[in-house]
Ligand binder design. Structure first.
Ligand SMILES: *Cc1c(COP(=O)(O)O)cnc(C)c1O
Length: 406
């Protein structure tokens, strides 16, 4: 164990556990204690830890070539672009290193789209409780005032509306002539595991077509099988104009992507955007392998099945729990909303249940298990969450307290 004082900036309230090894949905700490992973590095390691095919791709490419820069053609980048476009119906890809950068790319596309249409102050419609990243532009697009506080002035050019409320967007359309795009998540992750209704997304698509707006979907958390389909928008059967990806795309090797079709695919010209590391041979080869494994092992379908199993298991176990007010989600993106703040449960789950969970919006337990879990592991997550929340083992009043962790 290392000393508590550190030379790291205090941007995370970290748990005092450090993992040294993983395999599938299991992790081991420095003392050799085994844990069950129900968050997959926050929706990143969808194929689990130390997946042999991913390890092999990393090793193969690391021994060959890591980086040459985007001054040159990169074969793995071209292959990855082609595969992602085939999967999404998009036409062009840009590769970067994170979700925030993927959304920055989308926002730059929106502005170009506006200027192309002689709109000098283009505006983007974004959602309450939306999450798009931590850079200044993506933080400005994010609908969380507490995350924004202290970082003003934020970027202008965003119009915020209620999530899932088509009338709210129609109202903006009527009084704002300078809108050029809408940016939103098919399921809000950080915002509390809330899914868009398919009907809303179809109506939004129609409105975007009518007005010439770009429909830009942030699939950074929902994409690549997580919700039970390859992409979250497939539940509604619509095609967006721009899609952003990151998180699970490299199974832990950093990579982000912004995909576009139609006019949005033709907006950039050389010199207008770029990335030193983006799309390097290592990240792209690994991402190609990730896509191959997801398809080969039918992981979107698996996520749908396992999601039903997880949610129905939780509903059975927690149906008359006094503090659980909702269990919701799509595929293996599941939220358990409590009637009180419960951040301390993250530490208690580790200590008492050897289970990794996250809490978002103070009172919502969020579960994002790897898509390679077997049925038994999903049932095990249900059991451990049940024991964690069961009154009597710990009195319900201690759910929220920090002392409960000590
Ligand atoms: C995680 C996340 C981001 C930010 O990704 P980073 O890689 O942390 O920059 C953006 N949007 C959504 C929906 C996310 O879940």
């Amino acid at each position: 164990m290392h000393a508590v004082t550190s030379h790291l900036m205090e941007v995370y309230a970290r748990e005092p556990v450090s993992f040294v090894r993983g395999c599938g949905a299991r992790l081991w700490d420095e003392q050799g204690v085994e844990y069950l992973d129900a968050i997959a590095g926050v929706a990143v390691t969808s194929l689990g830890h130390a997946h042999p095919d991913i390890t092999d791709a990393i090793v193969q490419q690391a021994g060959r070539l890591l980086h040459t820069s985007n001054v040159f053609r990169i074969d793995w980048q071209e292959q990855l672009g082609e595969r992602l476009c085939l999967l999404t119906g998009m036409q062009k890809a840009f590769f970067c290193n994170s979700g925030a950068e993927a959304n920055e790319t989308a926002l730059k596309l929106a502005r170009l789209h506006g200027h192309r249409r002689q709109i000098s102050v283009p505006k983007v419609v974004v959602m309450e409780n939306g999450f798009h990243g931590r850079t200044i532009a993506t933080l400005s697009a994010t609908g969380n005032p507490s995350g924004q506080r202290g970082f003003e002035p934020l970027l202008p050019g965003f119009l915020r509306v209620t999530y899932n409320d088509i009338e709210a967007v129609r109202k903006v359309a009527e009084c704002e002539p300078d809108v050029v795009a809408v940016l939103l998540e098919p399921v809000q992750g950080e915002g509390g595991v809330r899914a868009l209704s398919p009907h809303y997304l179809r109506e939004l698509r129609a409105l975007c077509d009518q007005r010439g707006w770009l429909l830009m979907l942030d699939e950074i958390q929902t994409g690549l099988g997580r919700t039970g389909t390859w992409f979250g928008y497939q539940h509604a059967g619509v095609a967006p104009d721009v899609v952003t990806l990151a998180k699970a795309l490299g199974n832990g090797v950093p990579i982000g992507a912004c995909l576009a079709r139609g006019t949005a695919a033709e907006l950039f010209s050389p010199g207008q955007h770029g990335s030193t590391f983006g799309g390097n041979p290592l990240a792209c080869r690994v991402a190609c392998k990730v896509l191959e494994v997801i398809a080969r092992d039918h992981l979107p379908e698996r996520a749908a099945e396992l999601g039903v199993r997880l949610r129905s298991g939780l509903e059975r176990a927690l149906c008359d729990h006094p503090h659980v007010i909702a269990i919701r989600g799509q595929g293996l993106m599941v939220g358990i909303e409590l009637d009180q703040p419960c951040k301390a449960l993250v530490g208690r789950a580790l200590e008492e249940q050897r289970l990794l969970i996250t809490v978002t919006r103070d009172s919502i337990i969020r579960l994002l298990p790897p898509l390679i879990c077997d049925d038994r592991q999903i049932d095990d997550i249900v059991d451990r969450v049940d024991r964690l929340l069961t009154p009597g083992v710990d009195s319900p009043a201690t759910l929220a307290t920090e002392e409960a962790r000590l």
